[in-house]
Design a protein around this ligand. Structure first.
Ligand SMILES: NC(=O)c1ccc[n+]([C@@H]2O[C@H](COP(=O)([O-])OP(=O)(O)OC[C@H]3O[C@@H](n4cnc5c(N)ncnc54)[C@H](OP(=O)(O)O)[C@@H]3O)[C@@H](O)[C@H]2O)c1
Length: 245
């Protein structure tokens, strides 16, 4: 192994929503770089499978179950994870449809899962990172947070919040050595996304295709390494050029 291949040796990474899709690919990628990974989600069977796959490649991982809609389970996750050097706030879900069709509980559900969960977990972990003088936090925004998509109003607002949190947390924690960045994926063929929706959005990108989870995971992993040591407060588009024009 070269130095770059194992550049995250000795670190612990917590990736929310790592039982599926982008989070799962990110957990595996960070493990390949040498991080010990805390895999988390609500589904223990899929969590165990992700851990098994990481271990089968020689990596190190463990699963902690948590429903991030529940503040008590977030506190428990943070406590069980111990010292975390790399936090990836990836868990979340989307909803697309006419604005008038989303009721108050659906709206609250988007903000609870996509925004409050990241807020509370970061609140639980970032101060200790700052006290240790180093750390990396990556938040999952979306291209939907940057351009107007008909039917995506509430989801887009929840995702744009992640980039707002990124800037504020960079201001709060980066003077203490903790870098905070966001990635803004375009359409990604993941387990939780409808292939038809992704196909439609894919045709609107400059590259004319949707992404695979690994293509997003590689950017998240790069932001988590010392190679990105001068990058903080940034939102990086990984969207086939969709938001460039
Ligand atoms: N796919 C896309 O096109 C796309 C584009 C832009 C941005 N994104 C963003 O990227 C992130 C990952 O998307 P994805 O497509 O990879 O999603 P996915 O395949 O549906 O996976 C979502 C993950 O989040 C976890 N999760 C959801 N709600 C949770 C909760 N309340 N508590 C704990 N875990 C929860 C799920 O775990 P369990 O099922 O085990 O609970 C699962 O591991 C999301 O934030 C999404 O908004 C996706």
């Amino acid at each position: 192994m070269t130095t770059i291949e194992k550049e995250l040796s000795g670190t612990t990474a917590l990736v929310t929503g790592s039982t599926s899709g982008i989070g799962k690919a990110t957990a595996a990628t960070l493990a390949r770089l040498g991080a010990t990974v805390v895999v988390t989600g609500r589904n223990p069977e899929r969590g165990a499978q992700v851990v098994k796959e990481i271990e089968s490649e020689g990596g190190s991982a463990r699963f902690i179950a948590a429903d991030l809609n529940d503040p008590k389970q977030i506190a428990h996750l943070a406590e069980e994870a111990g010292d975390v050097d790399i936090l990836v706030n990836n868990a979340g879900h989307s909803w697309f449809g006419p604005t008038a069709d989303l009721d108050a509980s659906g709206f609250d559900g988007l903000f609870t899962a996509n925004v409050r969960s990241a807020y509370l977990l970061t609140a639980a972990l970032a101060p200790a990172m700052a006290a240790r003088g180093h750390g990396s936090i990556v938040n999952l925004d979306s291209m939907a947070g940057a351009v107007g998509l008909a039917g995506g109003a509430a989801y887009s607002a929840s995702k744009a919040s992640l980039s707002a949190l990124t800037r504020a947390w960079a201001a709060e924690f980066s003077p203490s050595g903790v870098r905070v960045n966001a990635v803004r994926p375009g359409p990604v063929y993941s387990d939780g996304a409808s292939a038809e929706l992704i196909d439609n959005l894919a045709s609107t990108t400059l590259l004319g295709r949707g992404a695979q989870p690994q293509e997003i995971a590689d950017v998240i992993a790069f932001l988590s390494t010392p190679r990105a040591q001068y990058v903080t407060g940034a939102s990086i588009a990984v969207d086939g050029g969709r938001t460039a024009v």
